[in-house]
Design a protein around this ligand. Structure first.
Ligand code: ATP
Ligand code: MG
Length: 203
């Protein structure tokens, strides 16, 4: 290739990059609202809860206050909980009731409500920067927690408080209220090929 051809393509590249930069700069300048963010992480792929916990780590790493409510009792110990409780992150975990195996309406509702009361207290506390409501979507789907109550609590939370809701099949009203919605799509999952859930990777 000739030198002049090289120069031309370099020039073209630079022009294109400048255009991209101008567009990004304009968007950065336009994003001048300072407020807490409500994010929903939904979909059937793997990576919803780990993403939520990643943001909790990010928050704590900046010396901010994060709290976690888990609305499903895991079959296994939660690795993130073991770590984050040591870093002073309070957890509210559904003590009895809902797992994938148990489906007892009465005890599940009771357990969900108990955890929700704690979550509600956090959602009015200005000293908390981030509230992770892990697997909350199921509680709404099964009607263990009233959707309007959740929407109210989220709408009226402190202005600078961020909230993350994770779980499959997020209700449309939750995604409508959210500022950021990510849907994790399942392309493939090791489990489908018979690979057992792995400590330190899956939980
Ligand atoms: P993770 O906690 O790994 O981020 P998740 O929160 O996106 O996963 P959940 O629906 O909460 O997914 O399921 C939790 C458990 O189920 C994890 O052990 C995860 O590896 C597994 N899992 C997630 N997606 C799938 C899938 N598509 N098929 C099979 N198992 C899955
Ligand atoms: Mg999850």
């Amino acid at each position: 290739m000739s030198d002049s051809h090289d120069n031309k393509s370099q020039e073209k590249h630079q022009k294109r990059q400048q255009k991209v930069k101008d567009q990004v700069d304009a968007k950065v300048a336009a994003a001048d609202k300072v407020q807490g963010i409500f994010q929903v992480i939904t979909g059937n792929g793997k990576g919803k809860s780990t993403s939520g916990f990643g943001t909790v780590a990010r928050c704590v790493g900046h010396g901010q206050n994060a709290v976690v409510a888990q609305f499903i009792k895991g079959m296994w110990e939660c690795g993130e909980r073991n770590l984050l409780e040591k870093a002073g992150v309070p957890f509210a975990v559904m003590k009895t009731g809902f797992t994938w195996e148990t489906q007892n309406r009465e005890t599940d509702t009771q357990a969900a409500q108990q955890t929700w009361q704690q979550a509600k207290a956090w959602l009015v506390d200005e000293s908390i920067d981030l509230v992770l409501l892990d697997e909350l979507t199921y509680m709404v789907t099964y009607d263990y927690i009233d959707l309007d109550e959740v929407l109210d609590a989220l709408t009226n939370r402190p202005k600078m408080q961020s909230v993350i809701v994770t779980g499959r099949g997020a209700h449309r009203k939750l995604t409508e209220l959210a500022d950021t919605v990510s849907e994790v799509r399942n392309v493939k999952h090791a489990f489908e090929a018979g690979v057992k859930a792995l400590e330190g990777f899956d939980y």
